[in-house]
Design a protein around this ligand. Structure first.
Ligand SMILES: Cc1ncc(COP(=O)(O)O)c(C=O)c1O
Length: 502
């Protein structure tokens, strides 16, 4: 029998399920598996009919999150959001989404000072490129040899973006079809090592990123991860210890660069060690790419790194994505094969166009932007010390070369606790590991950076005021009291810097 409506179909299913269960009963069947299956079928059919008769029922039933593995704070937050959402009709959810997007703009562009070095604000012209329909045009293969047709314009965008990335980073080869910095690292691991190979990576205590570790891309790809010995005086690796470890484990790859970079990394020395054991060197510039693009940090490719990966939305102020650059043709060829046909089909040409616009900004304003990030970070570190805050000082020095700085967050219960504390005052930061004694259940450090603040013009004379807000919030048991003042301060800075006039 054909069902005329969804309700009829659900009813039919319910009747069938009911009959199966009744037949089992009448037969006196004691097969538990069969009885359980019949009950499950009946439940499924009941739920279906409720969904057909009441469109809110599905959302109501699913307000309880089934993921038993969530940490309690996440389970509570998801449950609270779902409990509110289940009351909304379809159009109500669409309106809510619109309001949430606006709310996010208000938080980041008007209320909060974003000191998280992993965040930035895009050039609106670049951002607009992502909403012009390019992203839904799959574009597989090399320009001129694409699988799809009709991609003449997209091919040109891809070539322009790739060439601009090469120019900005002084690299012979650039791969733009990379979804994120994490995936850029996976590309690099796949191009240089096979599952089971050893890699030596920076540990979390000096800002080494999880993608290089067991729980991240390296471990998931099956690499044998060894943590490099560290030099707390530079917040980087200890090269003597690294050389000894490399001779022992014979890695295919040595990685350097992390989520906190306070001093220049010894790339040339690492390359020398790598050559001795026939390994490649990967520099992870997820955070440093803006400084490298603006010539405020030595270019790792010129210092000997075989590959450089990066995230594109942090100090680079581009769209969310990743890049891989290299001067090595054999590695470049492998990376391109990993990008396609390996790990991407559609790579989102809209992001590629946005990347091209971002690169133009770097060509025109890059040196100034990078220099201003470094100056602001040094000013902020001094300002925070003037507030008696425990700024991390490797070898007793405040950093003079980075756009990042860190604080010992143990007094506030750890980096995550400190970030949550400061958030209540509209100050956005993030946790980080430091080579100081650890703390139970949290990172020991708090990280700040200047990519976003200088982009909004918070620099120079504004830094002591910002440092004073951070000092007050740090000491206040109720930092939310400060939130309106910080929002007023933030709202004075309305113009995005270092973008080309159109
Ligand atoms: C050093 C480092 N590498 C890689 C990543 C991953 O980048 P993405 O967020 O673009 O995946 C990050 C941060 O997120 C990072 O700090």
């Amino acid at each position: 029998m054909e069902a005329a409506t969804p309700f009829d179909a659900a009813l039919l299913e319910l009747t069938r399920a009911w009959k199966v269960r009744d037949d089992l009963r009448q037969q006196g069947n004691t097969d538990h598996a069969a009885i359980r299956a019949a009950w499950l079928e009946l439940d499924r059919a009941r739920l279906w009919i409720r969904k057909v008769t009441d469109p809110l029922m599905w959302r109501y039933e699913h307000a309880v999150d089934p993921r038993t593995w969530l940490p309690p704070s996440a389970a509570d937050r998801v449950a609270a959001i779902s409990a509110d959402a289940h009351r909304l009709e379809v159009d109500g959810i669409a309106r809510r989404l619109d309001a949430l997007v606006q709310r996010d703009r208000d938080i980041h562009d008007h209320e909060a000072v974003n000191l998280d070095p992993a965040a930035n604000t895009m050039n609106p012209a670049a951002e607009a490129m992502m909403a012009r329909g390019l992203g839904s045009r799959p574009s597989l293969g090399y320009p001129g040899a694409k699988y799809e047709t009709g991609l003449e314009a997209i091919e040109e965008i891809e070539v322009l973006a790739t060439n601009l990335v090469r120019e900005v980073f002084g690299a012979t080869f650039a791969e733009v079809r990379v979804p994120s910095g994490a995936i850029a690292n996976l590309y690099a691991f796949m191009a240089t090592a096979s599952p089971g190979d050893a890699v030596i990576v920076p540990p979390a205590s000096i800002g080494g990123h999880v993608t290089h570790h067991e729980a991240g891309a390296a471990g998931l790809y099956g690499l044998e991860v060894h943590h490099a010995p560290i030099d707390p005086d530079t917040n980087s690796v200890d090269t003597a210890g690294l050389a000894a470890l490399a001779r022992r484990v014979r890695p295919s790859l040595i990685t350097i660069g992390g989520s906190l970079n306070l001093a220049h990394h010894p790339v040339a020395e690492i390359r020398r060690i790598a050559d001795e054991v026939d390994a490649k060197v990967l520099f992870d510039a997820a955070h440093l790419c803006g400084l490298i693009a603006g010539h405020a940090w030595p270019n790792p490719l010129q210092q000997g790194a075989h590959l450089m990966t990066m995230s594109t939305y942090k100090s680079l102020a581009g769209p969310p994505g990743g890049l891989v650059v290299t001067n090595d043709p054999a590695l470049a060829e492998r990376i391109e094969a990993i990008a396609h046909p390996g790990l991407t089909a559609n790579f989102d040409a809209g992001k590629t166009a946005a990347m091209a616009i971002t690169m133009l900004d770097w060509l025109v304003h890059g040196r100034q932007y990078a220099a201003d990030m470094v100056t602001a970070a040094a000013d902020l570190a001094r300002g925070l010390e003037a507030q008696d805050l425990p700024v991390h000082r490797p070898a007793g020095q405040l950093t003079q070369v980075s756009h990042q700085l860190a604080l010992d967050a143990r007094a506030l219960g750890g980096g995550t606790a400190a970030a949550q504390h400061l958030r209540r005052a509209n100050l956005l930061t993030s946790a980080i590991g430091l080579p100081i004694p650890s703390i139970e259940g949290d990172a020991n450090g708090l990280r700040m950076g200047t990519p976003e603040i200088v982009r909004w013009g918070i620099s120079g004379a504004a830094i002591p005021q910002l440092a004073a807000f951070i000092g007050q919030a740090w000491r206040d048991d109720d930092p939310a009291r400060l939130a309106p003042k910080v929002a007023r301060f933030r709202s004075e800075f309305r113009r995005i810097r270092y973008i080309r006039d159109r």
